[in-house]
Design a protein around this ligand. Structure first.
Ligand SMILES: [Zn+2]
Length: 328
């Protein structure tokens, strides 16, 4: 195995995934483990041991490693290469870049997970021919990554495009995980759907009582999968929730269209990828009601769940010049 391997990493609140790829960006092997919660040092240490294990498994050695790319839950401080405070992870100021660079002696890049995803889309997915591109994830939360005029946007600390926290409901009927009211993510993300179901059940108790979902009692005990599965089976209450969620998604996506004027929007994340007909298709129809800019092509990412890992690989291969340089 010659020198020319890179590592791509995706740090999530629950799981961390690590892949090794060749110089063409092809994934050779992968590992997945629970993101350590014991100490901040355990996070980079677990990534380093996964990289070493994968190098051995593909018949390579540390000398073959050219670079490391990391996409992570945030917020981040990209200049310091640190996860400042990860939502749903009881750790603060988790150092990522410095420990991995001193461990392997190769350049390591850290970006927000959705920024990694849009970089993956641009270099290895549907975005190759687009200079103005947005990736949106609809998953546990909602987030985005953006290219404008061929440049990936990061913001001052690398936390631009917290699009899930855009206000889509001036009445603020639902409270977001961040504590603020009316945010997009509170209505139609994986964690938002049960809250929206509860809201609709209170507004229309008769419809809820006739629903298969009523057997769970409190709608907050439902998962988004419960609601989408019931909607697919034709349940009237579940369909009402799903349609209302699609309307909030259309508002959020229209805001993105109006702000960034992209020529392509790709959508990923488990809620969207598992329910394309009920999530992506309706929002494509309704986005016209809220967009003032010309509505671009909106499509599911062809890279699926690996879109962020491909972005991490693209960074590790040096395919993208980031606008924020790490301060050393
Ligand atoms: Zn919020």
């Amino acid at each position: 195995m010659g020198a020319g391997l890179v590592a791509g990493v995706d740090i999530g609140a629950t799981y961390t995934r690590v892949v090794l790829a060749d110089e063409k960006g092809r994934i050779l092997d992968r590992a997945k483990f629970e993101t350590p919660r014991s100490s901040r040092e355990a996070v980079p240490a677990s990534i380093a041991s996964a990289i070493r294990m994968l190098l051995k498994r593909v018949g390579g050695s540390e000398r073959d490693l050219r670079g490391i790319g990391v996409g992570s839950i945030g917020p981040l401080d990209v200049k310091r290469g640190v996860i400042v405070k990860a939502a749903n992870l009881p750790l603060e100021n988790v150092p990522i870049v410095e420990p991995l660079e001193s461990e392997f002696g190769v350049t390591t890049y850290l970006v927000n997970d959705c920024v990694a995803a849009v970089i993956g889309e641009k270099h290895m997915g549907a975005g190759c021919d687009h200079d103005n591109l947005v990736y949106i994830t609809i998953s546990t939360g909602i987030g985005g990554g953006v290219y404008v005029d061929g440049r990936v946007l990061l913001g001052k600390d690398g936390n631009a495009h917290e699009i899930g926290h855009m206000v889509v409901d001036a009445e603020g009927k639902l409270v977001c995980g961040c504590g603020r009211r009316g945010h997009w993510e509170a209505y139609s993300s994986g964690t938002g759907i049960p809250k929206l179901a509860k809201l609709l059940a209170e507004e229309n108790p008769g419809l809820f009582e006739r629903s298969v979902l009523a057997s769970k009692g409190d709608p907050l005990r439902l998962t988004s999968k419960d609601v989408y599965d019931a909607a697919k089976a034709g349940d009237a209450f579940a369909r009402a929730v799903v349609e209302e969620a699609a309307r909030y998604n259309a508002m959020g996506v229209a805001n993105v269209v109006n702000v960034y004027d992209p020529s392509l929007i790709t959508v990923g994340g488990s809620v969207a990828l598992n329910n394309v007909e009920l999530v992506v298709e309706p929002l494509k129809k309704m986005v016209h009601e809220y967009a003032v800019n010309r509505v671009p092509e909106i499509t599911v990412t062809p890279l699926g769940d690996d879109v962020g890992l491909y972005g991490a690989i693209a960074l590790a291969l040096g395919l993208e010049e980031l606008p924020i340089k790490r301060s050393r």
